[in-house]
Design a protein around this ligand. Structure first.
Ligand code: NAD
Ligand code: LMR
Ligand code: MG
Length: 438
């Protein structure tokens, strides 16, 4: 099924007689609308109100759905149309909460003054006890400068906040970690590094998110060097881990030796270059790449990859093609070779829809909704925080990728992110490798 990014709640009033809901459903389906949840809001003696969630491919289809319902007549009416996703974001998605109940004066004295002063002294005397007596060891800063928010580009840190809150929600849900969004009003690498270092005492780790290339490379390298807590740029290494996992699964399924396969990367920015580096370090012999930017191609060459001149040449040459350009529809069906693995990972829209790639002959195809770094970053940080590790190493990332691949069912490329096992297994694998290094 093609992508349905327009999701709306349509409040429909019908006369309270059997058969009317069926007529509404048929009208929606007749113009291609896809029905999600149906909630009956009110049943009266004469009329019934239902909130129907409808998924559409575009705004035109949404208008056609509304017209089709209105056109039914016989007292059937559209009352309101609202944007469910926008509504779900009202007030934001996250909230800092106290773990302690404060009901009595004794509680107050324990949580706050004067009791808290002694805890401060304990930490002053033995700073490592902050790991025991504060939340620092379980808190990760989610830092962005807003320069590469998904594939939307440089839209600024405040417009990127819904993504950062989303990452915080995922940290909580999948790893029990408190993620705190930090929005930086600067794109200057020196200032980013200085600011992150200045706030770092309050955090057990730093997740860099949606920071554009090439400055993301310098920012991450310097922070890793200068801080003694784990730092990871999610769009680089979280993505590389999940991509490697998907490709391991595809190769297992097809009985192909990954190290002998020819890999092609379209877009050599934050995600793309890290994916190439991951494959090269994993032992893949031939890794090609294309980018509009010559410097990006030079960076690939410096890591041992082979830049090519055009997308067409890459599509002709490679068995496995991964794209992270942020350009929807860049890969045309006629470019696909029979049996190719196509991972079109740009969000919110891929370079080619997986079903179009499969129709055009791809052996395996997926987009950035399923092959997504949500499968990696929560468990990776859980693992390093559990181990008290100061760095995230290549060996830990490979262990995470293999753990994800081992949780994948036959015939699929990656596990479902709602499967709690995958986050547990990633954390376990990373903690084990981290433990060896301590
Ligand atoms: N699925 C996931 O988990 C995941 C993770 C990270 C990033 N992404 C997606 O990848 C995309 C890129 O993210 P990023 O952080 O690497 O951004 P980025 O800006 O660092 O990199 C994008 C690169 O693509 C290149 N590019 C643009 N148009 C091109 C074209 N027509 N042909 C070749 N190269 C082209 C740019 O020159 C740049 O080097 C975004 O859409 C993002 O949503 C997905
Ligand atoms: O946020 C996502 O869905 C994945 C990734 O971090 C991206 O930037 O696209
Ligand atoms: Mg991102």
């Amino acid at each position: 099924m093609s992508e349905r990014n327009v999701i709306r709640s349509i409040m429909v009033e019908t006369p309270s007689k059997p058969g009317n809901l069926g007529r509404v459903a048929t009208a929606i389906g007749s113009v291609g609308g896809d029905i999600g949840d149906i909630v009956t809001v009110q049943i009266g003696p004469f009329t019934t109100m239902r909130d129907i969630t409808v998924h559409c491919e575009n705004e035109e289809q949404l208008h056609a759905v509304i017209d089709a319902i209105q056109g039914l007549g016989g007292g059937i009416r559209v009352r309101t149309v609202s944007d469910d996703v926008l509504r779900a974001h009202e007030g934001g998605k996250i909230h800092m909460k106290s773990k302690m109940d404060i009901r009595s004066l004794a509680d107050l004295r324990r949580v706050y003054t004067p009791g808290v002063a002694n805890v401060c002294r304990v930490i002053q005397e033995e700073p490592e006890k902050a790991r025991i007596y504060t939340s620092i060891g379980n808190t990760v800063a989610i830092v962005t400068d807003g320069t590469a928010i998904l594939g939307l580009g440089d839209i600024g840190p405040v417009a990127g906040m819904p993504v950062m809150e989303g990452k915080a929600a995922l940290f909580d849900r999948f790893a029990g970690i408190s993620g705190v969004p930090i929005l930086l009003n600067t794109k200057d690498p020196d200032e980013i590094v200085r600011t992150v270092k200045t706030i770092s005492p309050g955090f057990g780790g730093i997740l860099l998110e949606d920071i554009g290339s090439p400055h993301c490379f310098e920012v991450e390298d310097r922070l890793k060097e200068e801080l003694d807590i784990p730092v990871m740029h999610d769009d680089q290494h979280g993505t590389a881990v999940v991509t490697l996992a998907a490709v391991i699964s595809a190769c297992r399924c097809a009985g192909v030796d990954l190290k002998e396969a020819v890999v092609g990367q379209v877009g050599l920015g934050a995600a793309g270059l890290a994916i190439c580096r991951m494959f090269l370090a994993y032992g893949v012999q031939r890794v090609h790449g294309v980018d509009l930017n010559e410097d990006a191609k030079k960076r690939l060459a410096a890591y041992g990859g082979e830049p090519l001149d055009s997308l067409e040449e890459l599509m002709q040459t490679c068995d496995i093609v991964i794209s992270t350009t942020g350009v929807p529809g860049l890969i045309k069906p006629e470019m696909i070779r029979e049996g190719q693995v196509i991972l079109a990972l740009s969000n919110p829209k891929p370079e080619i829809e997986p079903e179009d790639a499969l129709k055009a002959g791809a052996g395996f195809a997926a987009d950035g909704r399923s092959v997504n770094n949500v499968l990696g970053f929560p468990g990776i940080f859980r693992g390093v925080l559990n181990a008290g590790a100061k760095r995230i190493t290549h060996e830990m990332l490979v262990a995470a990728a293999e753990a994800i691949a081992n949780c994948t069912r036959d015939g699929e490329l990656v596990p479902h992110p709602l499967n709690p096992k995958v986050h547990r297994e990633v954390a376990r694998a990373v903690e084990e490798v981290a433990g060896h290094g301590l």
